[in-house]
Unconditional design. Sequence first.
Length: 273
Amino acid sequence: MKRYQDLKSYINKYKKVIIAFSGGIDSYFILKASLDALGKNNVLAVTGDSPSLKETEKSQTSVLAENIGSVHKIIFTKEMNNPAYYNNPENHCFFCKDELYSKLEELKNGSKYDAILDGTNYDDLSDYRPGYQASKNHSIISPLADLKFTKDEIRTISKQLGLEIWDKPSSPCLSSRIPYGQQVTKEKLSMIELAEKIISELGFKEFRVRHFEFGNIKLAKLDISKHEMSEIPYGEINLRLKQLGYDFVTLDLAGLRSGSLNINLKIPEKIKN
């Protein structure tokens, strides 16, 4: 696996690193490569905890870090206190990442770590990613983007390495389910998390529950992967989500599309190295 060796060589430029560890396959892949390159004593996986992170995702980060033999730390971030975040402008992800990376920088500066690495991959650069600008502002290193690792390549190598979540679907933060301009609140995030728990319990793997509010009306829009759409128990989903407080439950017939709330935004071209 020459590409994996190239990645380890890239990481070997540093002595001790902090990994911004979300629990997704990209950051898990970077964590694995960092441990292989530098050893357990020189790597710290850090997860930012906030109301926009699912409890199941937070719990999994601890399990994954333990399974791979990494030291792991959970820190609490306070982006919900920032009006520039909770008012949900088009670049609200910038303020979320800015808060996280500020906390990671404080941790790095108070220790002997000399770099912070994240799991941004090359494909990410073709989507609308205001959080990527925040990472550059804080000098976060993105080895997968720099070495042009695509998502498919990461999954292929992760499977070869035996990483148990090599095929885990992407799971962006819960605030990404709320359309721009509608406030992000703890109540909405909790409602979305409960709704997605219901859909998960029904056996679905790739989906989002988008949360819309129009005055006093609450609407849940289900984005479910096309290959799972034939199995939808419409009546049960409608009943259980309305019991959570939704007035209407709809289905996006186009299926699950990452970043579907970005449809009216001008997406920048992929950044070339």
